[in-house]
Design a protein around this ligand. Structure first.
Ligand code: GDP
Ligand code: NAG
Ligand code: NAG
Ligand code: MG
Length: 438
């Protein structure tokens, strides 16, 4: 049963009453005597809503978009575990301030998930809400308990792996600071008014669901944030829950449409001919293996920037990559190659000389402003996912997410789990095939 929304509750009272209540509660807040669990917005809420608990999370700031997508899957798994005992909802951490999102003059912060993913689809796996809906629903910008997850200072002794969680002193400098009211201020996805009531460090070793008992038994807080959630591992990587969560991460329609238009206009690719039929409701999709054919083009993901700065031996030079591309085009009897890359301008010019037939998705400034760096990356991934053959970059989560997208579409794994080899790499191991579990 859906609980009445706080706003609906407030309307039964006279406006004067509530304005006054608001002023009083703010005055109390300023005095530091205000109990955030009793904010104006939450007062009239029915009992059902009082029981609902909110799980929030964040990830280490330098982590990129596609690792964050992976952390979402771990949190979804934890939420499923929690739901077996209580009514919980996962609050989607707004996107922003990502290191790789460097397009100038575009404000890329507090971006809701709906700009990148279909909320309806996510909700078919676990209950999720956007952060702004959480603010409206829980009645205030307070998070009762923030747990900052970390490893164990002493590490772990080989051969003695065990799953455990312990309250410990913080190892790194805390990214939260107490204000004069004793509230904790922090990044909170760019929402300055958000405050934590208590920040505690927990050392964790194990999969996401080891947090379930702590959340169910050690705290009565209704709103709990796990910061540095990437410290939790997958409950079962590649298992059924993993794939359900992954399949529920359907790209937002407006991005798919742009990708499909590009496929049709530039690559002569469409779902009918490519045998990549998209069904809106992911729960009804079960791709037959090797069903998809893919559009008449080769797609490559060439990860550069921080992947080449460290002179990693598993990342090819542009010359080596171009050689591989030409040899693949010949072998596959394809004429077009779609290139997704984060290469800088210099590398792009070099690439164009090496591969004159290269096709890229190059957004106009308006498109970039509208879809943002995250949306453009998704369009690139969508186009790569529909190619006859894909080859990516070693241990790039950007490439991994393309593998999964193709797996969902039902491509022959031989056309998907491929990566470039470094110029001098000796054992160029190819990516692992992760089969969907329905
Ligand atoms: N548009 C676009 N962006 C890319 C491409 N490759 C990398 N990026 C950007 O760089 C980021 C790479 O970080 P991440 O998602 O963590 O993937 P990883 O670092 O390769 O594992 C992406 O999220 C994008 O913002 C690409 O081919 N196209
Ligand atoms: C949780 O509660 C149990 C039982 O009281 C206690 O032994 C344990 O240390 C607590 N764990 C944390 C992380 O607070
Ligand atoms: C903050 O939370 C921790 C963990 O639940 C608890 O041990 C501690 O007493 C709390 N601190 C305050 C000031 O309430
Ligand atoms: Mg990364």
């Amino acid at each position: 049963m859906a609980a009445p929304s706080p706003r609906a509750g407030v309307t039964v009272l006279s406006p004067q009453c509530c304005l006054l209540a608001l002023l009083v509660s703010q005055a109390l807040a300023d005095l530091g005597e205000f109990s955030p669990g009793q904010s104006v917005g939450s007062l009239p809420v029915g009992a059902a809503a009082q029981e609902r608990r909110y799980l929030l999370y964040d990830v280490n700031p330098p982590e990129g978009f596609n690792l964050r997508r992976d952390v979402y899957i771990r949190m979804a798994s934890l939420l499923k575990t929690l739901q077996k005992s209580e009514d919980w909802v996962l609050v989607l951490p707004p996107w922003g301030r990502l290191y790789h999102w460097q397009s100038p003059d575009i404000h890329q912060v507090r971006i809701p998930w709906a700009e990148f993913f279909e909320l309806k689809s996510l909700n078919q796996n676990i209950p999720v809400i956007e952060y702004e809906d959480f603010l409206a629903e829980s009645g205030g910008p307070f998070i009762e308990q923030v747990y900052v997850l970390q490893g164990y200072a002493e590490g772990w002794k080989e051969g003695t792996w065990e799953e455990k969680v312990d309250q410990r002193t913080c190892i790194d400098q805390l990214m939260y600071s107490e204000d004069k009211h004793g509230y904790y201020r922090g990044w909170f996805w760019g929402y300055e008014e958000t405050r934590g009531l208590n920040v505690t460090c927990l050392s964790v070793q194990g999969s996401a669901s080891i947090m379930a008992n702590i959340l169910l038994k050690n705290t009565t807080a209704r709103t709990i944030m796990l910061d540095r959630a990437e410290n939790l591992l997958h409950d079962h990587y590649g298992g059924r829950d993993y794939w359900n969560a992954r399949r529920s991460m359907v790209f937002a329609q407006h991005l798919r449409i742009v990708g499909d238009e590009f496929r049709a206009n530039v690559l002569r690719s469409n779902d009918e001919a490519d045998k990549t039929i998209f069904v809106e409701d992911w729960t009804r999709v079960k791709a037959k293996p090797n069903m998809a054919l893919g559009g008449p083009y080769l797609a490559v993901h060439l990860r550069r920037k921080d992947f080449i700065w460290g002179h990693r031996e598993d990342v090819p030079s542009l010359r080596k990559a171009a050689e591989e591309i030409h040899s693949l085009l010949k072998k596959l009897k394809l004429k077009k190659v779609f290139v997704a890359t984060d290469a800088d301008r210099g590398d792009l010019e070099a690439l164009r000389k090496l591969i004159p037939e290269m096709v890229r998705f190059e957004p106009t400034w308006e498109e970039l402003e509208f879809f943002k760096d995250g949306g453009i990356a998704i369009i690139d991934q969508w186009i790569c996912a529909h190619a006859r053959y894909f080859i990516g970059t070693s241990v790039s989560t950007f490439s991994f997410r393309i593998h999964e997208e193709r797996e969902i579409l039902g491509f022959d794994p031989k056309t998907t789990y491929n990566r470039f080899c470094g110029d001098k790499e000796k054992n160029c191991e190819q990516p692992t095939h992760w089969k969907i579990v329905y």
